[in-house]
Design a protein around this ligand. Structure first.
Ligand code: SF4
Length: 150
């Protein structure tokens, strides 16, 4: 299976107080007004990666204790994302975070199994805040002892 990925880099800001490897998925079908990552709306903004390609990249960042999926819209490639999460959890035991323009309630159970943090909901310019997340409608879910809390 292949995924369309625009870039993979170190991030100090996407998960508060964590060093993370940020995986930017290419392509977004949600298209929020005035999205700040419009250059990633088209799948062609990325390159094809296999799961093994991504795992290899992750191993190049041994100091990072987390991986964050963002984009673009990672859940537009949900089969790839779900398998990638499973493999990272099995091999590297890192914390896994997801930014999605979709709501928590529509995400698949299988995807939720291996995630630890989810920032969800579309970006709404009229609800923009100077903080985190970027608009006040967006919700943050954390998994504690196997249970999700918002
Ligand atoms: S879901 Fe994210 S990438 Fe997609 S349009 Fe909204 S803010 Fe932009």
């Amino acid at each position: 299976m292949k995924g369309h990925i625009a870039r993979i880099c170190t991030s100090f800001i996407d998960i508060p107080d964590k060093i993370a490897i940020a995986i930017y998925f290419a392509g977004c079908s949600i298209r929020c007004k005035n999205c700040q990552n419009k250059e990633l709306w088209d799948k062609s903004s990325g390159q094809e990666y296999s799961i093994q390609d991504v795992l290899k990249k992750i191993k190049e960042h041994p100091l990072a204790d987390s991986v964050v999926f963002l984009g673009g819209e990672p859940t537009d490639q949900t089969d790839f994302l779900t398998e990638l999460c499973e493999k990272i959890k099995n091999e590297d035991k890192k914390n896994l975070a997801l930014y999605s323009g979709r709501e928590f309630e529509v995400l698949s159970k299988k995807l939720l199994e291996n995630l630890d943090l989810i920032i969800c909901g579309p970006y709404k310019e009229e609800l923009h805040v100077q903080g985190w997340p970027a608009s006040s409608n967006q919700r943050v879910f954390r998994k504690e002892n196997g249970q999700w809390h918002c």
